[in-house]
Design a protein around this ligand. Structure first.
Ligand code: BTN
Length: 255
């Protein structure tokens, strides 16, 4: 189905893996030609951001990674994850027309305040060029969010829970992989996607106008989320009217 959609990505499926990102990394290291996608129904060591675990034991959900070897300067892919989030949300919206899919900066896909997917991008650099970049996505498709551990359950959802109907897993996988390829092409074909990025980001921004808290160098910063800057950093409007850019880490919504 990928080829039928005009994709150049080779697909490899595994019933069980440690982590699709790790498998992609091993394949690149062993000289396999890219781009390729690794899809699995179960991960025994699914990794999230900031050293977290990505629970991956439901064959009703998707665990996938796409590996590329661009050999270009890192600046050109600095917005790749944000673009991937944009392209994925736009495409998945077709499956769940009634509920708005959004991106919670920087790596989460959200719907009505709950997370249904997480993105993990890992790149290898050499002499200031990106030799390889692996984009991983954990996407709750038909899984039951009640099966998640206590800590994440209240904040998690799935496309099925959003839509009320079972979605075709293979079609969802194909659409998502094509969206990742589209995001990659956008970044490598255009030298500067900055203006386009903020326009594309705005309608999909889950945090816009909300009060959020970020921890920067151990200090809590609370402000009103007001979009992203040209570097992809989250902008916070502070109580004194100044603006602060949050470049890394996580933010939480202030209740
Ligand atoms: C996050 O929200 O912290 C990011 C989660 C990324 C999980 C995906 S599942 C497929 C790929 N393989 C992994 O080990 N992690 C990513």
């Amino acid at each position: 189905t990928l080829e039928g959609r005009g994709s150049k990505i080779g697909l490899r499926y595994f019933p069980v893996l440690d982590s699709t990102n790790s498998e992609a990394e091993r394949r690149i290291a062993s000289g396999e030609s890219s781009p390729f996608a690794i899809v699995s129904s179960c991960q025994t060591n699914g990794r999230g951001r900031l050293g977290r675990v990505w629970q991956s034991n439901s064959a009703d959900n998707l665990y996938l990674s796409v590996g590329f070897e661009p050999n270009i300067p890192p600046q050109q892919l600095q917005h790749f994850t944000l673009w991937a989030g944009i392209c994925i949300c736009r495409q998945l919206q077709g499956f769940v027309p009634k509920a708005p899919l959004k991106i919670k900066w920087p790596n989460d896909l959200h719907c009505m305040g709950r997370k249904f997917a997480g993105m993990l991008t890992e790149a290898k650099l050499d002499a200031d060029r990106i030799r390889s970049i692996i984009f991983g996505l954990g996407l709750n498709v038909n899984g039951n969010p009640n099966d998640f551990p206590d800590e994440v359950r209240p904040l998690a959802t799935s496309l099925h829970a959003i839509h009320g109907e079972t979605l075709p897993l293979n079609d969802v996988a194909a659409v998502v992989i094509c969206a990742i390829e589209e995001a990659y092409q956008t970044c490598i074909q255009e030298t500067d996607t900055t203006d386009k990025l903020s326009d594309a980001w705005e309608p999909l921004d889950a945090l816009a106008g909300q009060q959020v808290t970020a921890i920067q160098q151990g200090v809590e910063i609370t402000g009103i989320a007001s979009g992203i800057d040209e570097g992809g950093a989250l902008l916070l409007l502070m109580p004194d009217g100044s603006q602060k850019a949050i470049r890394a880490g996580d933010v939480t919504l202030k209740k």
